[in-house]
Design a protein around this ligand. Structure first.
Ligand code: AMP
Length: 285
């Protein structure tokens, strides 16, 4: 695996790869890689000659009081995962390499970013859109692979690419779960054993909504109440949001249909976890 920490050297390399006619597949991450990230790398490989992964815990997408300082980091382990997946290039800059002290420009998406995670984390998607734009300019990818685990983020980046005419194809990857159903996340390591057990309530709530939908229930309040009851069974869990939205617009639905996505954020203890699933079809659950 080739390593780069300097933005300019990394971009020189990707521009040269493009000049050679190589197709570049890119997987942006915050590191502490798990099997979900590794699926993205494998999907990128299917569409590319060269697979590039970035590891960057992006300060601008964290709000005050969030877990920027404590976010888990392990470069040696991440390097090993990338090597095992045949990743060609790894970019892992320090924050100072990505943001000049007088950095003064942001990319702001003004519709899809407002609700759900954006309501709780008002500057989060501004940070995501800004860092993704920077990383796209640095990595020069033809294809970017992102996970449905962060469903709102995936839709916001699709919108960024559409509305700013970015010449990149965005591919969404299904959610990779632990054997018991918990969506894999770097933040799962914050959970105590009791919280880890209770964290299953997110997946259970999604399964409950899917089962009710498949049994014919279309009333959104009824579906939401069934999900709420599952979360209420976990004493350490507190709902941040829980919605049934249109998968494309992320607008809340009046009645559920096959294009509806159940999406939620739940604090388990002090750890905020997110998950989502299509109500119909494979759904990734
Ligand atoms: P992160 O490192 O958490 O910022 O995630 C980097 C990328 O990996 C994003 O596109 C995420 O959606 C994706 N990702 C994270 N967890 C999973 C998962 N369990 N399954 C699939 N993709 C994931």
């Amino acid at each position: 695996v080739e390593h780069y920490t300097e933005a300019k050297a990394f971009q020189d390399r990707t521009l040269a790869l493009r000049h050679e006619g190589k197709r570049i597949g890119f997987v942006p991450t915050m590191g502490y890689l798990h099997e979900g990230h590794r699926l993205l790398m494998r999907l990128a490989r299917e569409h590319a000659d060269v697979v590039i992964v970035s590891l960057f815990v992006n300060p601008t997408q964290f709000g005050p009081g969030e877990d920027l300082a404590s976010y888990p980091r392990d470069l040696l382990r991440d390097n090993e995962a990338c090597r095992a997946e045949g990743v060609d290039v790894l970019f892992h800059p320090e924050p100072g390499e990505m943001y000049a002290p007088d950095h003064s420009l942001y990319v702001v998406e003004e519709t899809l970013s407002l609700g759900l995670c954006g309501a709780t984390r008002p500057t989060h998607f501004r940070g995501v859109c800004t860092v993704c734009t920077k990383l796209f300019n640095l990595a020069q990818p033809h294809t970017v692979v992102m996970g449905e685990k962060d469903f709102q983020q995936l839709q916001v980046i699709r919108r960024l690419v559409r509305d700013l005419n970015v010449p990149i194809r965005v591919i969404g990857a299904p959610i990779v779960r632990e054997p018991d159903g918990l969506a894999m996340s770097s933040r799962n390591r914050y959970l105590s054993p009791s919280e880890r057990a209770q964290a299953l309530c997110l997946h259970r709530a999604l399964e409950t909504a899917r089962a009710a939908f498949s049994a014919g229930e279309r009333r959104v309040p009824v579906l939401k109440e069934a999900m709420r009851a599952v979360i209420a069974d976990a004493p350490a869990a507190r709902i941040d949001y829980m919605e049934l939205v249109d998968a494309d617009t992320l607008e809340p639905r009046e009645a559920a249909d096959t294009g509806t996505r159940a999406i939620l954020a739940v604090y388990v203890g002090s750890t905020r976890l997110i998950d989502n699933a299509a109500l119909a079809g494979p759904g990734g659950v």
